[in-house]
Design a protein around this ligand. Structure first.
Ligand code: GDP
Length: 131
C-alpha cells in the first residue's frame, strides 16, 4: 500500500516508478480508502500496541493505493526497497527515506512474509482482480 501521507504529498507516481524500476511486476492495483473496520482488521496484529488508534486514524484519513507485486524473492527485495519502519533509520535511496515523514507516517507498507502477502492480497483484491 502507498499510505495516505504519500498520496496526500503527491508521491504516487514517483513511488510506482521506483517499484517498477526495481523489477517488480504489478499484477493488481486500485485507488481506494480504508474504512475504520478495514484498517482495524488489516493491522489486527498491532491491536494491543499503544499506537493502534493512531495507526487506524492515519490509515483511514485519505485514499491509498493498494497493489499486488510479483518478483523473485519479492518480500525480501521489497522490504529492502522500502527501507526501515522509521525513515530516520532507513537507508539512502529507499522509498521511506525519500518519501516518509516519520515512524507513523511512513509512506508505504510491504508484506513481511509470503504467507502475509497472500492474506493481504486477498484482503484488497478478489481473484478476478489479480492478473
Ligand atoms: P512495518 O512492517 O515496517 O510497516 O512496521 P510494523 O509492522 O512494526 O508497524 C506497522 C505500521 O505501524 C508502521 O509501518 C507504521 O505506520 C506504524 N507504526 C509503527 N511504529 C509506530 C509508532 O511508534 N507510532 C505510531 N503512531 N505508528 C507506528
Amino acid at each position: 500500500m502507498i499510505k495516505p501521507d504519500a498520496v496526500e504529498n503527491g508521491h504516487i507516481g514517483a513511488i510506482l516508478d521506483k517499484i517498477a524500476g526495481a523489477g517488480f511486476k504489478i499484477v493488481a492495483m486500485k485507488y481506494t480508502q480504508l474504512s475504520k473496520r478495514e484498517a482495524q482488521e488489516f493491522y489486527v496484529v498491532h491491536k494491543e500496541r499503544p499506537f493502534f488508534g493512531e495507526l487506524v486514524g492515519f490509515m483511514t484519513r485519505g485514499p491509498i493505493v493498494s497493489a499486488v507485486l510479483e518478483k523473485e524473492n519479492a518480500v525480501e527485495d521489497f522490504r529492502a526497497l522500502i527501507g526501515a519502519t522509521n525513515p530516520a533509520d532507513a537507508a539512502e535511496g529507499t522509498i521511506r527515506k525519500l518519501f516518509a515523514t516519520d515512524i507513523a507516517e511512513n509512506a508505504i507498507h510491504g508484506s513481511d512474509s509470503d504467507e502475509n502477502a497472500k492474506i493481504e492480497g486477498a484482503f484488497h483484491f478478489s481473484g478476478r482482480e489479480i492478473y
